[in-house]
Design a protein around this ligand. Structure first.
Ligand code: FES
Ligand SMILES: [Fe+2]
Length: 426
């Protein structure tokens, strides 16, 4: 279905590091974003460990589309629109669970865990040509996993997941490949709503170490041994920021003594073995206190195992869904320590998370005014300072930089300006 789409080039001058604020609050741009950024991209759904036996399911969103992720009787993971083919009712109203079938609570159409329509009440009243085979749940075009993370896309023409992740996998492996057994989810999923555009969060996790010393000053004070303030090695930390041409980004301090913050987790790890497994560059960089975003709306923090999705809920609102993942081989008490550490720092009431949410919602609130909402924003930090450093794959710049944010918006702009597979006539 063709819709009027706007050329968004005028909102950016990325060579000069300028971004027009309209991209954060304009309702028409938001609708275009759902069509051209979310619908065509690979999106994070869940972790494989959430599905252990046939019938296990989990409901989430792809953009604003509600989806069910389910393990079929053949143990295959599939994802479908969580919308009944009859009148569009939400078919599954639970967050997660185990079932043999998804039965719509409106008129009772029932679908099995592979999405097939298996029961229709009063089906003798349907015409002879009514063919249940044609009325199964709408399935994603592609679903794949990367080291435990489940992604899917509606886009049949999207490149395979591993290509869409590109060189970002080297950085992701610093969290996903510490343990030959892989990772698993511990605890539940925290979900909370923030009055901010989803890109504020995705961009920050790709690119923003800059705010850490200022926004999180009190949290760093609490965590400092003297209690007086952030340690100099935190404030002056050397580090790098990775900018991926596909819009992904990661920033991380680089220090030979880079360590996990939680004492129990720190005590568990054999750092020499990790160096052996992941190489010095990863062990001294992205493995611990870094931050990262996989374009468009999946972010993670290796130091505490926080993985999160920024679900868009209109131009002015996002819903954050956050999981804790841990290495499978960790003893239970280490897993639990990591889970609690994540909650203390980046849970919905975490000492860092609250600072971030406050910033994003205040940025959004000021954008409601006409003058403030039409400002040009400055994304010039680190401009011209990016290079291939021979240590970290791809293009990296200084830790304090807007480089990955510029990369994120370059990718966003290009997708917004490109008709997606579903726009035949554009
Ligand atoms: S809307 Fe689902 S059975 Fe009618
Ligand atoms: Fe932060």
């Amino acid at each position: 279905m063709a819709r009027l789409s706007e050329d968004v080039s005028r909102y950016f001058d990325l060579d000069r590091g300028l971004v027009d604020r309209a991209i954060f609050h304009d309702a028409a741009l938001y609708r275009q974003e759902l069509r051209r950024v979310f619908a065509p991209s690979w999106l994070f759904l869940a972790h494989e460990s959430q599905f252990r036996k046939p019938g296990d399911f989990f409901t989430t969103y792809m953009g604003e589309d509600p989806v069910i992720v389910a393990m079929g009787r053949d143990r295959k993971l599939r994802a479908f629109l969580n919308a009944c083919r009859h009148r569009g009712m939400r078919v599954c109203r639970a967050d997660a669970g185990a079932t043999k079938a998804f039965t719509c609570s409106y008129h009772g159409w029932s679908y099995d865990t592979s999405g097939k329509l298996v029961n229709v009440p009063n089906d003798e009243d349907y015409p002879a040509h009514f063919d249940r085979e044609q009325w199964g749940l709408t399935e994603v075009a592609q679903l794949d996993t990367y080291k435990g993370l489940v992604f899917a896309t509606w886009n049949p023409t999207a490149p395979p997941l591993v290509e869409a992740l590109g060189q970002m996998t080297w950085y992701m492996d610093a969290m996903l490949d510490r343990d030959p057994e892989g990772t698993e989810v511990v605890g539940g999923i925290h979900k909370w709503v923030l009055e901010g555009n989803w890109k504020l969060a995705a961009e920050q996790f790709a690119s923003d170490w800059y705010h850490v010393n200022i926004s999180h000053a009190s949290a760093l004070m609490v965590m400092s041994p003297s209690g007086k303030g952030p340690r100099t090695e935190i404030v002056q930390t050397p580090g790098r920021q990775y900018t991926d041409p596909l819009g992904h980004g990661a920033g991380f301090p680089t220090h030979p003594k880079s360590r996990f913050d939680d004492r129990v987790v720190h005590g568990y790890y054999d750092y020499e073995a990790l160096r052996e497994r992941l190489g010095d560059a990863r062990a001294e960089g992205p493995m611990t206190t870094g931050h990262a975003t996989v374009f468009p709306n999946f972010s993670y923090l290796p130091v505490n195992g926080s993985v999160r999705v920024w679900h868009p809920k209109g131009p002015d609102r996002m819903e954050v869904w956050a999981w804790t993942i841990v290495d499978r081989s960790m003893p239970d008490e280490v897993k639990d320590a990591q889970r609690l550490y994540n909650l203390r720092t980046f849970g919905p009431t975490g000492i860092f998370e609250q600072d971030d949410g406050e910033n994003w919602s205040e940025c959004q609130a000021t954008a409601h005014g006409f003058m403030a909402g039409s400002m040009t924003l400055n994304y010039q930090m680190g401009l011209g300072l990016e290079s291939e450093d021979g240590i970290h794959p791809g293009t990296t710049g200084r830790l304090y930089s807007d480089g990955a944010a510029r990369g994120f918006y370059a990718r966003w702009r290009d997708l917004m300006n490109t008709p997606a597979w579903h726009e035949k006539d554009s």
